[in-house]
Design a protein around this ligand. Structure first.
Ligand code: SF4
Ligand code: SF4
Length: 83
């Protein structure tokens, strides 16, 4: 599944440059994750990089975007092919 940024986000901008898929961007009020681009960092890292750096721990898994590791790897391969 992809991750989601909650409204506890303090707009610190620490996570955005850490995302290997450019899935994070500044939204209208807080930072947002594009679920079509978030692979939970599968294909790049063992752990979600945004979760590792977020100082307020506001990036949980998104229960509305449940995906298996295989699906995440598929997404990573598709994104890599386009890039
Ligand atoms: S889990 Fe990885 S791919 Fe997903 S938004 Fe965070 S840094 Fe980007
Ligand atoms: S690191 Fe956390 S608090 Fe900072 S912009 Fe990203 S989601 Fe928001």
């Amino acid at each position: 599944m992809s991750l989601i940024i909650t409204d506890e986000c303090i707009n610190c901008d620490v996570c955005e440059p850490e995302c290997p898929n450019n899935a994070i961007s500044q939204g209208a009020e807080i930072y947002e994750i594009n679920p079509d681009l978030c692979t939970e960092c599968v294909g790049h890292y063992d752990e979600p990089q945004c979760q590792q750096v977020c100082p307020v721990d506001c990036i949980p898994h998104d229960p509305t975007h449940v995906e298996s590791k295989e699906m995440l790897m598929d997404k990573y391969l598709k994104i890599s092919a386009v890039a």
